[in-house]
Design a protein around this ligand. Structure first.
Ligand code: PLP
Length: 324
């Protein structure tokens, strides 16, 4: 099977770039750490000094709860859990049913996906006070921070106002001040103030410009041959009149590579014809290995999608090896 190499120095360089903006990083490692491997990445983040992370659900939190001081679960199930696990509150009705004592209140400032409305904040605070929940954090999410002229600043302003209201409430009720966080990767450099913590995902993995790629996917050679005036693979979609050497490697769409019908550019060569479930064929003769990609920002150009989508779907079955 193929191998995924996790480049530790690139990961650390991304983290230090983020730290220079705000050293308090709530690292997003949801969905198997954007496909990189949640345990592999957790070990490295801990080594770097990351203390807080965000995951998708309780299952992911269970897997890595030994590594961090706090784990924020974005979409929790309502049950009780460990001291270092915090639940995101995505609606007022969830807050009313919730029994887990450690929470982060999510505020809808304009994405209109999850979170309580701004005019529900007073009611939410009363419930938190009455039920004795520990409000550890308050957060919101940008809907279009990668765009130049969108609602980012409006959302920022709304969040700032909510922050002042909540700080005031905590002060008069002698509650501990929660920490505030809103900055995802593309918002890191766009805000007048990044608040207490930043909450990046894709930047950590180098899936956007300005950050170093962390994942490389390297496949093994299965066989090679020479063809002339003949086609390759299903439906012979690739056809060569001239004599060409071709090599078959051991990754396919079952490993999470997006399906392609007529070739795809790889690092040092190109895949030809249709991708198979467990294989693809490439131009040229290779003896041992073929690098499928070592920078997802380049590889994504083959497809009508985003780097996140490629990374998260890379099969968890592929072995991960950390390199310096
Ligand atoms: C996924 C996610 C993030 C991270 O977003 P990036 O664009 O990867 O930086 C931050 N906050 C929430 C709520 C998310 O769901």
């Amino acid at each position: 099977m193929a191998t995924i190499y996790i480049n530790k120095s690139n990961l650390f360089s991304n983290l230090s770039k983020i730290s220079s903006i705000n050293p308090n990083i709530l690292a997003v490692i949801k969905d198997n750490a954007y496909g990189h491997g949640i345990v592999t990445i957790s070990k490295l983040l801990k080594e770097y000094g990351i203390k807080k992370v965000c995951v998708r659900n309780n299952n992911e939190a269970e897997i890595i709860k030994g590594f961090f001081e706090e784990i924020l679960v974005f979409n929790p199930q309502t049950n009780r859990n460990a001291l270092n696990i915090s639940y995101a509150i995505n609606s007022l009705s969830q807050l009313k049913k919730n029994r887990h004592p450690y929470i982060h209140l999510k505020i809808n400032t304009g994405m209109n996906r999850n979170g309580i409305e701004i005019d529900e904040v007073d009611e939410a605070l009363e419930i938190i006070l009455k039920k004795g929940f520990e409000l550890r954090g308050v957060f919101s999410h940008f809907c279009c921070s990668e765009e130049e002229n969108c609602d980012t600043f409006i959302q920022y302003q709304k969040f700032k106002q909510v922050k002042e209201k909540i700080e005031h409430f905590c002060k008069i009720n002698t509650l501990k001040r929660p920490y505030f966080h809103i900055a995802n990767s593309t918002a890191l450099t766009k805000l007048p103030d990044t608040f207490d913590y930043v909450r990046p995902g894709i930047a950590i993995y180098g899936g956007i410009e300005g950050y170093e790629p962390v994942m490389s996917l390297v496949a093994n050679v299965v066989s090679s041959r020479e063809i002339e005036n003949d086609g390759v693979g299903y439906n012979k979609k690739f056809f060569s009149k001239e004599k060409v050497k071709i090599t078959t490697i051991d990754v396919g769409y079952a490993d999470g590579i997006p399906y392609f019908k007529n070739g795809c550019k790889l690092k040092d060569t190109e895949a030809i014809g249709k991708i198979s479930m467990d294989y693809m064929s490439v131009l040229g003769e290779f003896k041992k290995e073929v690098i499928v990609f070592d920078d997802v920002k380049e590889f994504v150009k083959n497809f009508d999608t985003i780097t996140y989508d490629i990374l998260v779907k890379i099969s968890p079955r592929i072995k991960r090896i950390v390199t310096k």
